[in-house]
Ligand binder design. Structure first.
Ligand SMILES: CC(C)(COP(=O)(O)OP(=O)(O)OC[C@H]1O[C@@H](n2cnc3c(N)ncnc32)[C@H](O)[C@@H]1OP(=O)(O)O)[C@@H](O)C(=O)NCCC(=O)NCCS
Length: 190
């Protein structure tokens, strides 16, 4: 058997899975956790194959389950490395569910993960630059860069909010917290 090497780094992966009853939730549709696992698997495959190294998941952007996926549907996860930093990669995942009897397809959701390439000691390791060969890739790159900036701002806001309220809870009496709560509820009504 001959080994084939690709000149261009492949930055996309497609993975198709039949949704079986072991992936069901209590209402008989696909369990959200099972879908998250598939999303993480396809993002890992896409990132590791692209950079030629082991990759770990740093973060998953908010995932919305707006449409239930039924048991017996065929789910295709389309993943693409949209943007690379020094050691991190943004992978976008589009999920399409297909009713195999009617051949109808639905785009159920999309999400974005940040993956980091690591060396044998688990330390971040450099990834190859992303070659943008067409306008779709360029558009995805711009959108991913903007999302990266937004994520950084969001993280700053969250940690400021967290430390403010963590300090408050530790330093305030329960009467003071009740007063803050009433103030908050009054603001929330307006
Ligand atoms: C991912 C991991 C290797 C990063 O290690 P680290 O010491 O924070 O690494 P660095 O500070 O050098 O950052 C590495 C990259 O991640 C990015 N990064 C790190 N923390 C970040 C954050 N909070 N938000 C966004 N990006 C972040 C950095 O910008 C950098 O990207 P770049 O090289 O493209 O600029 C480390 O956090 C880890 O091993 N996490 C556990 C991963 C895991 O087990 N995942 C499965 C979860 S169940």
């Amino acid at each position: 058997m001959t080994k084939q090497h690709y000149d261009e780094r492949n930055n996309t992966v497609e993975m198709t899975v039949l949704i079986t009853p072991d992936m069901a939730n209590f209402s008989g549709n696909m369990h959200g956790g099972s879908l998250l696992k598939l999303i993480d698997q396809v993002a890992y495959t896409c990132a590791a194959r692209y950079c030629g190294k082991y990759a770990v998941t740093l973060s998953v952007d908010h995932v919305q389950f707006k449409e239930a996926i039924k048991i017996g549907e065929l789910v295709t996860l389309l993943a693409s490395v949209n943007h690379v930093g020094n050691t991190s990669m943004e992978v976008g995942v589009k999920i399409v569910a297909e009713d195999i009897q009617t051949n109808t397809q639905r785009h159920t959701n999309s999400c974005y993960l940040t993956m980091v390439a690591v060396d044998e000691n688990g330390k971040p390791s450099k990834v190859p630059p992303l070659k943008l060969v067409d306008s779709t890739q360029k558009a995805r790159f711009i959108a991913a860069k903007l999302r990266k900036e937004l994520r950084a701002r969001h993280n700053e806001h969250l940690s400021a909010l967290h430390s403010k309220w963590k300090d408050k809870i530790e330093n305030l009496t329960s009467e003071q917290i009740d007063a803050e709560f009433d103030k908050y509820m009054n603001t929330d009504k307006s």
